[in-house]
Design a protein around this ligand. Structure first.
Ligand code: AKG
Ligand code: FE2
Length: 240
């Protein structure tokens, strides 16, 4: 089945100037005390459903509490960014946009290189985490066609991007376990490079992961704005 999105599966649109990226970058550092360390090189600013609402990682669901704590702070510092994000997404998706109150606003992935380079995570996945969240009218939400978006705010000299395997979940589960393993390690997984200031909008129902950065230098950063959306009638509800 082909994607129902007006632009196909993936599109890249100019969104912020370099100067605006720097303004966002500075604000992210002003909020450094609020970053959460998730891994050796990885931090987040904001609540991320794929981590904070994942009960395999946390014994209780900390997502809603974190969203409540972070949303006013993020709104205060990045209100103009959320406004512009809503405008561009509504234009590209040809539908209305709404931020869902009880869920986390789009937040930030922050990678800072340590002594080791940043390897392939080997974590190809689809963005179906929205299914596990509390929605007001879940019966009319299309959980199989999420969208995801990324704004590159800071990239290392060697660049940063997304590994993409152009395959939908419905196709993938028809493969045998051996074929699934092979395809994840095949050259069908291609790097989609991010461009500073551009917004990448894509179907959340294609396999992807943060691309490796084997040549990143010590202290270099890869910082992105991240979020997802689900369609309910003619409105995309955005969250992270
Ligand atoms: O950090 C990124 O580039 C993308 C991470 C991701 O998997 C997502 O946003 O769905
Ligand atoms: Fe993802």
């Amino acid at each position: 089945m082909e994607s129902l999105l007006p632009f196909g599966k993936i599109t890249n649109v100019p969104f912020m100037t370099e100067e605006e990226c720097l303004t966002i970058y500075t604000a992210i550092y002003e909020l450094k005390k609020m970053w959460s360390r998730r891994h050796e090189n990885k931090y987040t600013l904001g609540a991320a459903s794929y981590i904070d609402a994942n009960t395999n990682i946390y014994p209780y669901v900390s997502y809603y509490g974190k969203a409540k704590l972070f949303n006013p702070i993020l709104q205060e510092h990045f209100g103009w960014l959320y406004q512009r994000l809503g405008d561009i997404l509504s234009k590209e998706l040809k539908n209305n946009i709404c931020y869902q109150d009880n869920l986390a606003l789009p937040g930030f992935h922050i990678f800072i290189s340590g002594p080791k380079s940043i390897d392939r995570e080997k974590s190809l996945h689809v963005d179906f985490q929205g299914k596990f969240l509390k929605w007001d009218s879940s019966e009319s939400i299309n959980f199989h066609e999420p969208i995801s978006f990324t704004l590159a705010i800071k990239l290392p000299e060697c660049g940063g991007g997304l590994d993409v395997l152009d395959m939908r979940y419905e196709e993938y589960i028809k493969l045998s376990p051996k074929e699934q393993k092979q395809i994840f390690n095949s050259d069908l997984v291609k790097i989609y490079p991010y461009k500073l200031g551009d917004l990448l909008i894509r179907s959340g129902n294609i396999f992807h992961e943060v691309a490796a950065m084997p040549h990143i230098q010590l202290g270099e950063e890869r910082i992105t704005l991240q979020g997802h959306g689900l369609l309910c009638q003619d409105t995309w509800y955005l969250y992270w």
